[in-house]
Design a protein around this ligand. Structure first.
Ligand SMILES: [Mn+2]
Length: 424
């Protein structure tokens, strides 16, 4: 973790400017009928989970270039996640990926207590083969043509639930690589039937206070068809499974230019939006940092979420899901968590009464101007003040660099080989 003196020293140099900026923004928002303290309280309550795999350096199909001081195991990963939360105060939980993060529950719990984190959704992995596994997932897992392979994949998901129950998790996220690479390779209907039957077996093992999330993705690793291709298939699956099943929306898992915010609205309207995997995309499932390419789209997604905050029982889970190839993963994740909170804060500024009137009177120009007015507002002083008051850093990146954390862990964690490549 970062020495609290480093955080205090870093904050000391920035606090006077922050207070001046915060007061000026407070005056500005007050003229728009918005109470800055209310917005700050909402921001302070908002959290986004860090995926354990996000703190390692990612890669592409071509290569992986490891960074210095990469985490060796789940305990190193949780140390890194703890630093991200310590400085941003925005990432209170970590999402485990099994079997990558398999460890005794008591050890996971004691580490979580040490670094002040809780456990978010459990993620199963039936998209690659493990050393000790009997049946290969080369041709699919939950939808495989071989019943014994499907059984093995179901059992793995049930084991994820069991470990999750022992560490306080309340959700299982299933993403499969199942699909096909050639027209005619699979029968679409029979493949989805097999998937549904397997998913029903997992669903029947779900504790009463748990949720099951299924995540759609239009391509990769299967390049002709995927069994959970789009939000429509995902909605059908969640509906077939039952009321504890919800759809997870990963922002990168759609065709270019798809209106993701409308998909979000549809899933909310019919009670099936379970949560998000945040990242950004230029061309496909690029796994770029949240808000780095199209911050307005992220804002528009949050506009739908804030618009539905009053819907009873609506409680989506939020997680970052990115791959960091050229940056320090800790820095990217801190920046991305901040971008997610920024979009949320901006979305709370939308004048919803006036927007509603503009929509009802078909005043397209005023309606879109209202969204732009919220998006244009620089809410950084609100985010920074919320961090400061929770004991975090006014400037998380500068504080992290001043602390020398990466160099310190690099001396303790041996360098890993870049050979092998591929996304991790
Ligand atoms: Mn994802």
């Amino acid at each position: 973790m970062i020495d609290s003196d480093v955080i205090s020293l870093s904050n000391q140099t920035a606090v006077a400017s922050l207070k001046a900026d915060y007061d000026a923004l407070g005056d500005h928002l007050s003229r728009r009928g918005i109470d800055i303290e209310t917005v700050k309280a909402k921001v302070a309550d908002f959290g986004v989970a860090i995926p354990s795999w996000g703190v390692g350096t990612g890669g592409t199909r071509f290569a992986r270039f490891p960074g210095e001081g990469e985490p060796r195991d789940i305990f190193d990963k949780m140390d890194d996640c703890g630093v991200i939360h310590q400085l941003t105060c925005a990432t209170p939980s970590v999402s485990l990926h099994i079997p990558w993060d398999t460890a005794p529950a008591k050890d996971l719990l004691s580490k979580a207590e040490e670094v002040a984190l809780t456990f978010d959704a459990m993620n199963s992995n039936t998209f690659q083969d493990q050393e000790d596994q009997t049946h290969s997932y080369k041709f699919g897992s939950l939808s495989h043509t071989n019943a014994a392979t499907r059984r093995q994949a179901v059992e793995h998901n049930l084991a994820c639930i069991e470990l999750g129950q022992n560490i306080g998790s309340k959700a299982l996220t299933i993403w499969v690589g199942d699909g096909s690479n050639f027209p005619g390779q699979t029968n679409f209907t029979r493949q989805l039937e097999r998937y549904l039957n397997s998913a029903k077996e997992i669903y029947s093992g779900l504790p009463a206070d748990w949720r099951l999330f299924t995540e759609h993705k239009m391509y990769e690793p299967a390049f002709y068809s995927t069994v959970v291709q789009d939000w429509g298939s995902n909605y059908l699956i969640a509906t077939e499974l039952g009321e504890q099943a919800y759809c997870l929306v990963d922002l990168g898992h759609h065709a270019p230019n798809v209106n993701i915010e409308m998909i979000v609205a549809r899933l909310i309207q019919f009670g099936k939006l379970g949560g998000f995997h945040f990242n950004d995309s230029k061309y496909g499932d690029d796994d770029l940092d949240s808000g780095s390419i199209d911050p307005y789209r992220l804002f528009l997604v949050f506009n739908e979420l804030v618009d539905s905050e009053a819907v009873s029982g609506f409680d989506p889970m939020h997680m970052l899901d990115q791959s960091h190839n050229v940056t320090d993963p800790i820095e990217s994740l801190m920046m991305s968590a901040t971008e997610v909170l920024r979009s949320y804060a901006q979305a709370t500024l939308v004048d919803r009464d006036t927007l509603s009137k503009a929509q009802d009177s078909n005043d397209a120009l005023i309606a879109t101007s209202i969204l732009k007015a919220a998006f244009r507002t620089d809410v950084e002083p609100i985010l920074a003040m919320a961090r400061l008051e929770k004991g975090g850093a006014i400037d998380p990146i500068a504080t992290y660099r001043a602390a020398g954390y990466r160099a310190k862990v690099a001396s303790e964690r041996p360098a890993v080989s870049g050979a092998g490549g591929g996304i991790v």
